[in-house]
Design a protein around this ligand. Structure first.
Ligand code: ZN
Length: 470
């Protein structure tokens, strides 16, 4: 039984009016994403480390439904909601979430635009068929309102999730076009991540450069290196660490493109260290941590007096580790993500405040159907390395499971207004499109009123937008 909580509401957002004021406007919005992180990826890292991640203490803790509009890999036309989430079916049938799941592109588009779309879309609406329609996303709205903007990842910085916070394309696979738009649109101030064609996945300089598609192609990469773009190219670990420490004096341009000395990931795709175990001693030595990337990005963005919006996919390779059933790598990547969230919390405490900054921590979808048994909803168990023996990947792909969301700071309380259902174990849940709505409402920036932007909004969210906020 399918029970989609979404109604198809094909109306221009113009009729909904501008965002109503909230008690506190968020000057800064920080969205942190762990790609593929379900509840049990969080649990695995918590059990392994014996440490509760800081986000599990945030005042707002909800579940998020991640399903896309449909499961096509190209626009089909119209806004008929095909995907859905049925809590009763999920818990009654262990195989239920193995089908009809989102990809990272559609999920990131929902987060960045508030619109559900087809899988593979990077900020493209499903209508019309064949061509789709570009959607205005949160980074553009923030930019239009004078804020600095950034997109940060621990995988290639033009991969699906970071691209959805800096570009538009009918298909996520058009990396060179996505990277080119991120560099040339004038909408982004900070781009950080992997994708460096001069290095391999072990952080070793290669004699023959690899495919430069992730950085916009060979010519774009040459221009970045020559300093003929608006971006200061950062590659050295030491330079990322200078930025993280607040030393911006060496920058020759106001915008920063940080491309670490590794090809596809910071660490997950390195060859050294058994991926079934946790081996930080084999980490690439010339690549900064996600926490350093996070602090570097914040320091650059914070130079803007109007505040900033930034997406940090600080757990970009949790997904790939889970696809590959790599127990150790999942814990390494999720632990590094947790450390990045801690670094961001410390940065906000030292440089801003929760009165003016909204921090959201969530995932785009769950990967691996990770549980503590094969074929059963059994919790993970074990302290320290024992948890590795408990981890079972019940799928090699994404699932339609709810994922966790944690929020703190200015406007975090708005999430409670977007609850669309109650899950048997996860409790209250929202739709992933609510993340966009809260980011826009919390910062009191009006949602776009372009004719091109059609919204599939939940009834509750729609009601909320039509009635005064308290
Ligand atoms: Zn994936």
């Amino acid at each position: 039984m399918r029970n989609p909580p979404m109604l198809v509401v094909a109306v221009g957002l113009a009729v909904l009016g501008a965002a109503l004021p909230t008690a506190r406007a968020a000057r800064n919005v920080i969205l942190m994403v762990s790609d593929g992180q379900g509840y049990n990826h969080v649990a695995a890292a918590r059990l392994y480390s014996g440490t509760t991640p800081v986000y599990e203490t945030f005042p707002t803790r909800l579940a998020v439904a991640t399903f896309p509009l449909n499961f096509s890999s190209a626009p089909t036309g119209g806004h008929v909601q095909v995907g859905g989430y049925d809590p009763a079916a999920y818990w009654a049938d262990f195989n239920y979430p193995k089908a009809n799941y989102t990809d990272s592109a559609a999920a990131a588009t929902a987060l960045s635009t508030g619109v559900k779309t087809y899988n593979s879309s990077i900020n493209y609406d499903n209508d019309p068929a064949a061509t789709g329609t570009p959607l205005k996303s949160i980074f553009e709205i923030a930019r239009d309102n004078g804020k600095a903007t950034g997109s940060i990842s621990t995988v290639q910085w033009s991969h699906a999730t970071p691209a959805a916070f800096g570009a538009h394309n009918i298909n996520r696979g058009n990396y060179a076009a996505l990277a080119t738009e991120m560099l040339n649109s004038g909408k982004l101030d900070v781009i950080l991540g992997a994708g460096n064609p001069d290095y391999n996945n072990d952080g070793v300089l290669v004699a023959t450069p690899q495919n430069a598609q992730y950085v916009g192609g060979a010519a774009a990469w040459a221009a970045l290196k020559a300093g003929t773009t608006p971006f200061h190219l950062v590659q050295e670990k030491a330079d990322f660490e200078r930025l993280a420490a607040g030393d911006l004096g060496f920058l020759t341009k106001g915008k920063v493109c940080g491309t670490v000395q590794a090809y596809e990931t910071l660490q997950q795709r390195r060859g050294a260290g058994d991926p079934q175990g946790v081996h930080p001693e084999t980490f690439l030595a010339n690549v900064p941590t996600p926490a350093v990337l996070a602090r570097a990005g914040l320091n650059v963005l914070n130079a803007n007096p109007n505040g900033f919006f930034v997406m940090m996919e600080a757990g970009g390779a949790v997904d790939w580790a889970a696809h590959a059933a790599q127990k150790g790598r999942v814990i390494e990547e999720q632990t590094a993500f947790n450390d990045a969230v801690s670094a961001v919390v410390e940065w906000v405490t030292a440089n801003s405040s929760w009165e003016e900054t909204l921090l959201i921590v969530t995932a785009d979808h769950e990967t691996g159907h990770l549980w503590g048994a094969s074929g059963a909803y059994t919790e993970l168990t074990g302290a320290g390395a024992e948890v590795l023996g408990s981890m079972v990947f019940n799928s090699g792909s994404h699932t339609n499971a709810l994922v966790p969301l944690y929020a703190i700071g200015a406007g975090a309380e708005l999430f409670s207004q977007y609850v669309i259902g109650t899950d048997l174990r996860r409790g209250s849940y929202i739709d992933n499109t609510a993340v966009f709505r809260v980011m826009a409402a919390a910062s009191e920036i009006p949602e776009p009123a372009t004719a091109a932007l059609l919204a599939t909004a939940s009834l509750l969210a729609l009601r909320r937008r039509l009635s005064p906020r308290t």
